[in-house]
Write a protein that binds this ligand. Structure first.
Ligand SMILES: [Zn+2]
Length: 377
């Protein structure tokens, strides 16, 4: 089966994150077993009661002795973002001008198709070190599948190639992704009598000024591989008060930050709780609540890693860094020196008209085949 045919079969299975991914996982299990892998499913029920499954296909080792020690893991998420029902190519791979269009074509079914095609021409009997294919669920809604695998220590791996569209450039580091909602509670009163109330809007504004200062402090810690080379912050949403002549009783705002790997998600949270303590001193009538919804770590693999050197040599690109969240952080937790790489461009993912260039798809097959040969033979 050609890599394009495999990709066509993969995109024909609707695997939007809100649906169950069992159908695509069964397809991948069937293909993997056909190639000589042993498979293990890690099922779970998501918070809407939908059945999800992470699937690991393993060659050169087995699960009998507990979590396997893997040399190389090729990691692809099975879910996609939603698509416009009027986009009639969404589930039908369509070629035009050297490009293959459909939902998931680049993010990230192209990588999965390339991995399966690469393995078709590799003799798994000759592996000297274990190889795994890791197919995850719910990546697009918060890396949930990969987090579950990391939590249960499903396997340990020395190297991981995480498939995300990078136009085949290897990416050896990524910023984390963190999100918190902050609620400031004050006391309502008639605005003609300020002494009777405590304004949550003013309290939020003062806290935001402190957060801006925190952002400036975090900048002193630079990581030059990133653009921009520091942790970035954003207060993207704010909502508070009930009327122009009422001292605001409540104000909520979101704080999003993308920490460089060295800082970790907690760094900002510590500085934030310190800022809140300071703020309470200036108005004891205010209450602050921090609900941190996401604290995803970044990842970084050394520029001297064997995997980095190998992929630079195979692709002809110097490694770079990614600004979007990936499962490389969870693979790092599982022991890996991780690199993110895949065909297609992240800027065309997540939109109608998503595509992968045919030449990149085919080149990815070669890169993965050569990587397996270099690391597992
Ligand atoms: Zn993706």
């Amino acid at each position: 089966m050609t890599v394009q045919e495999t990709l066509a079969e993969l995109v024909a299975i609707d695997s939007v994150s809100s649906r169950s991914n069992v159908e695509i996982a069964n397809y991948l299990a069937h293909r993997s077993v056909g190639l000589g892998f042993q498979v293990k499913r890690f099922p779970y029920t998501d918070d809407k009661g939908v059945e999800k499954v992470n699937l690991i296909a393993l060659a050169g080792a087995d699960f009998a002795q507990g979590p396997p020690e893997v040399e190389l893991a090729l990691v692809g998420h099975t879910d996609t973002v939603p698509y416009d029902p009027n986009w009639n190519e969404a589930l039908t791979l369509t070629e035009r001008d050297g490009k293959l269009f459909s939902r998931g074509a680049c993010d990230t079914k192209a990588f999965i198709a390339a991995a399966l095609s690469a393995i078709e021409v590799v003799d798994l009997q000759k592996l000297t070190k274990p190889l795994a294919l890791v197919f995850t669920a719910d990546e697009e809604i918060g890396l949930i599948g990969a987090k579950r695998l990391a939590e249960v220590r499903a396997f340990h791996t020395r190297y991981a190639i995480v498939g995300e569209p990078t136009s085949l450039r290897p990416m050896r580091a990524g910023k984390g992704y963190c999100l918190a909602e902050i609620t400031v509670k004050g006391r309502e009163a008639h605005s003609a009598y300020p002494a009777l109330g405590s304004s949550a809007v003013v309290g939020a504004a003062r806290l935001i000024t402190r957060i801006e200062n925190i952002g400036n402090r975090l900048r002193s810690d630079e990581h030059t591989a990133f653009d921009p080379p520091f942790t970035t912050l954003n207060v993207g949403l704010i909502r508070g008060g009930t009327a122009k002549n009422v001292i605001a009783g409540e104000c909520k705002f979101t704080l999003e930050w993308r920490p460089i790997p060295a800082q970790g998600p907690e760094k900002l949270l510590e500085l934030l709780s310190f800022a809140i303590e300071e703020e309470k001193k200036s108005d004891s009538g205010l209450v602050f609540e921090v609900d941190s919804a996401r604290t995803d770590e970044g990842y970084e693999t050394s520029a001297n890693s064997r995997l980095v050197n190998l992929l630079e040599q195979l692709t002809g690109y110097k490694t770079g860094t990614v600004a979007f969240g990936t499962e490389a952080a969870q693979m790092t937790e599982l022991g890996a020196e991780a690199v993110v790489l895949g065909p297609g461009d992240i800027r065309v993912a997540h939109r109608t008209g998503e595509f992968v260039p045919v030449n990149q798809l085919e080149q990815c097959v070669e890169i993965l085949k050569d990587s397996i040969r270099a690391l597992c033979f």
